[in-house]
Design a protein around this ligand. Structure first.
Ligand SMILES: Cc1cc2nc3c(=O)[nH]c(=O)nc-3n(C[C@H](O)[C@H](O)[C@H](O)COP(=O)(O)OP(=O)(O)OC[C@H]3O[C@@H](n4cnc5c(N)ncnc54)[C@H](O)[C@@H]3O)c2cc1C
Length: 375
């Protein structure tokens, strides 16, 4: 049996950042994934600039190399209101095959041990956690995504209908014209939207996602919705169609218990407005890794769950409260229309909405007032 201070299950953005942060904190770390890297992950590949701030603080300065910033976002509300405005410098589309591989490589360069291994069982035995009878660690970070095995070991089921979305994505020829991120929402099925995110290599990541309400959604239905909302896309020429679930932050389990903690999608941290999850994955991963290293050196790992819960509440607690309220309000399509009208009138409202939808922003009284006036 191989023995480590910290074992991280899953090497997506949450797992790689957790492994890096734990390693930077002085821990001996193993990073386990069922796949070898590079590997694909169904995703819109849209990355807010704040993601790169978190990575830079971990010493990963080159995660965006070769991928240009997308200058504009065009957003169509459920009622057909349109806003097109400048994005914060540094919003990019980077295929996960590239992005995730860069993060794993940074972790390995920092001294993290990577093992290809599909985790099936996680047991807390005394002062250690045993994984499949093959690895032991003082602390385990579960960063194994939407179907997390570590979350199941903690006794938490997946998110129920109303708190989980389904989305499909493919790679299509980029639409003609200047590069812009396009998001088109839909009346009737709201919250739901189609997107087209240019990558900068002649392709765009395109897709459609919708909140699950209990009924199954077929691939044919999702693709038909995408074609109807973005009719100029050449979907016949698109490749690599893949779908996946998005556990939304409106229903989250406790972040950890004993020597097990959860990060990223395993903790249901996806933004309920936008489906953005990578920012929350790298923030929670970083906090989980730092808590793991701190707990191992202070208490042999025993207090990791408390440390992590406190750090997560400090960093994301206010934002998560705001998004929970905003998600309830935002399900009213007229309010979403008013928000888009207000964002068209005022760059500050646009920026506030982006910060709430893509990073750890909060709804300001000024933005709420401007939206209310446009109802
Ligand atoms: C279609 C779609 C579009 C999206 N678009 C965007 C977007 O544009 N921007 C954005 O920010 N977010 C987007 N998201 C959400 C984003 O993809 C996730 O929030 C993000 O991947 C979460 O990262 P993670 O590290 O928590 O999990 P993941 O990226 O899912 O990584 C989990 C890792 O764990 C591994 N794993 C799983 N089970 C096991 C096991 N038993 N043993 C070992 N390894 C295991 C997997 O192989 C994987 O590498 C989208 C999601 C979907 C489905």
């Amino acid at each position: 049996m191989e023995s480590f201070d910290v074992a991280v299950v899953g090497a997506g953005p949450a797992g790689s950042t957790a492994a890096l942060a734990a390693r930077r904190g002085g821990a001996d770390v193993v990073l386990l994934d069922r796949s070898d890297f590079p590997r694909d992950k169904p995703c819109g590949d849209g990355l807010a600039p704040e993601v790169f701030d978190v990575l830079a603080a971990l010493g990963v300065g080159d995660a965006a190399a070769g991928y240009p910033a997308v200058p504009t976002l065009r957003l169509v509300s459920p009622g057909g209101e349109v806003v097109a405005r400048a994005l914060h410098a540094g919003t990019r589309t980077i295929p996960r095959q590239v992005f995730d591989h860069r993060l794993v490589a940074a972790a390995v360069d920092a001294g993290v041990r990577f093992r290809r291994h599909r985790v099936r069982s996680v047991e807390q035995l005394g002062d250690r956690v045993v994984i499949d009878g093959t690895f032991t660690a003082r602390v385990v970070v579960g960063a194994d995504g939407a179907g997390s095995v570590v979350r199941q070991a903690l006794g938490h089921p997946g998110n129920p209908p109303g708190h989980v979305a389904l989305a499909i994505r493919g790679y299509a020829p980029a639409p003609a014209g200047p590069p812009e991120q396009r998001i088109v929402t839909i009346p009737g099925r709201w919250p739901a939207y189609a997107w087209s995110f240019p990558i900068g290599d002649g392709r765009a990541n395109v897709g459609y996602g919708e909140l699950l309400r209990g009924e199954a959604l077929t691939r044919g239905y999702l693709l038909a919705q995408l074609g109807a909302l973005l009719p100029d896309l050449e979907l016949d020429a698109a490749t690599d169609w893949r779908g996946h679930h998005l556990p939304l932050s409106t229903r989250r389990p406790a972040p950890g218990r004993g020597r097990l903690v959860l990060a990223g999608d395993a903790l249901s941290l996806i933004n309920p407005f936008t489906g953005e999850g990578i920012y929350y994955a790298v923030v929670s991963g970083t906090l989980a890794g730092a808590a793991a290293a701190g707990a191992v050196s202070a208490t042999g790992g025993a207090d990791v769950a408390d440390r992590y819960r406190r750090a997560l509440t400090r960093r994301l607690g206010g934002h998560l409260r705001h998004t929970a309220v905003a998600a309830r309000l935002g399900r009213w399509p007229r309010l979403a229309d008013a928000a888009v009208r207000a964002a068209r009138d005022d760059q500050r409202v646009f920026d506030t909405l982006l910060a709430v939808g893509l990073a750890d922003g909060r709804l300001t009284p000024a933005a709420l007032w401007r939206i209310a006036r446009r109802l």
